[in-house]
Design a protein around this ligand. Structure first.
Ligand code: TYM
Length: 326
């Protein structure tokens, strides 16, 4: 059995990109692997957060994990800050990382752009992410492609420690889906769909109602030639919608191109609205059921206990190999 680990930041507006790039994989992988899924609240505080809202967002993500099909009987679901090993290992790995490699991270560069000074947490964000992964002897990390550079850094740190000390870490691999790995913004297909974009019609949030889904899809940017064909370079808008349609419906892009041969974008978008509404309806229903339940809190408490036990074993080994503590 392989060990799988992944996480989502509780920063609100969990969207189709998060679902198709990451959450959908979480569900598939739990059938044959030992999966650990985390709500990474300590990553969220690398930018200012309102404490009350953050607590709510943590529970929102936890409920969404379960709503999309993560099964707490098969997988561990927990909150990062409930397991102290993340912060502990993050410091040790910080001491193995270099400012040069961290300043090359594109996420840090874009978030600190045009600022004289940036929060240190934003700079060391990828090291905490590496700690999350290495703390559980993870083999596979299901994520969207926007995380590739962070996964590479995690692998580099693991290899570096293994080569300079006793073998301490498993070197993990990222797992990306072909179609869902990079879902683009509906209003601007040159940018990725994101939780924080100002325009709410740039994304479909998993809890959007039918009217909002319809408006966002019908408004989505396409092109003027009106042919439903996948061509990411020249027709990025319709290609992005084809990807979304394909992953949500299980039909291949080629099958969809055939289905819409001779039809316009209007017909295609109308059907995509229906496919999206149908896919999100059960997720929303399950979410409403569990979001304010005692069961959710119990699942998180139990998850933290189980994750804590695994992490303590790793920390014992790490400390021994680094000559720390007694
Ligand atoms: P976050 O919270 O930004 O996103 C959660 C997951 O969703 C994927 N994703 C996308 N996939 C496809 N298309 C998109 N437009 C899109 N937007 C987001 C992300 O790739 C991610 O898989 N740094 C991570 C959280 C993290 C983590 C970890 C992940 C912290 N520690 C350890 C894996 C392992 C992040 O910010 O994800």
């Amino acid at each position: 059995m392989k060990r799988v680990f992944s996480g989502v930041q509780p920063t609100g507006n969990i969207h189709l990109g998060n679902y198709l790039g990451a959450l959908k994989q979480f569900v598939e992988l739990q059938e044959e692997n030992e999966c650990i899924y985390c709500i990474v609240d300590m990553h969220a505080i690398t930018v200012p957060q309102d404490p009350k809202a953050l607590r709510e967002h943590i529970l929102d993500v936890a409920a969404l994990y379960l709503a999309v099909g993560v099964d707490p009987k098969k997988s561990i679901v927990f909150v990062q800050s409930d397991v102290p090993g993340h912060a502990e290992l993050s410091w040790i790995l910080t001491c193995c990382s270099h400012t040069g490699e961290l300043s090359r991270m594109t996420q840090f560069k874009s978030k600190s752009q045009n600022k004289e000074s940036a929060p240190t947490g934003l700079f060391t964000y990828p090291v905490l992410m590496a700690a999350d992964i290495l703390l559980y002897d993870t083999d596979i990390v299901p994520v969207g492609v926007d995380q590739t550079q962070h996964i590479e850094l995690c692998r580099d740190l693991a290899i570096r420690v293994n080569n300079t000390r006793k073998k301490t870490f498993i070197v993990p691999e990222g797992r990306y889906l072909k179609e869902g790995a990079r879902i683009m913004a509906l209003d601007d297909p040159s940018k990725k769909m994101s939780k924080s974009a100002e325009n709410v019609h740039s994304r479909i949030s998993l809890l959007d109602d039918e009217a909002k889904i319809k408006k966002s899809i019908m408004k989505a940017t396409t092109d003027s030639d009106g042919v439903v064909k996948f061509d990411a370079e020249n027709k990025p808008g319709i290609s992005n919608l084809l990807n979304i349609y394909s992953v949500l419906s299980g039909m291949s892009v080629e099958e969809l191109e055939k289905k819409y041969e001779g039809k316009g974008y209007g017909d295609f978008k109308k059907d995509l609205v229906q496919v999206t509404v149908d896919a999100l309806k059960p997720i929303k229903a399950r979410y409403e059921e569990i979001r304010h339940s005692e069961e959710l809190l119990e699942i998180l408490r139990d998850g933290a206990k189980r994750a804590g036990e695994i992490s303590e074993k790793t920390m014992k080994r790490v400390k021994e190999n680094f000559g720390l503590g007694f």
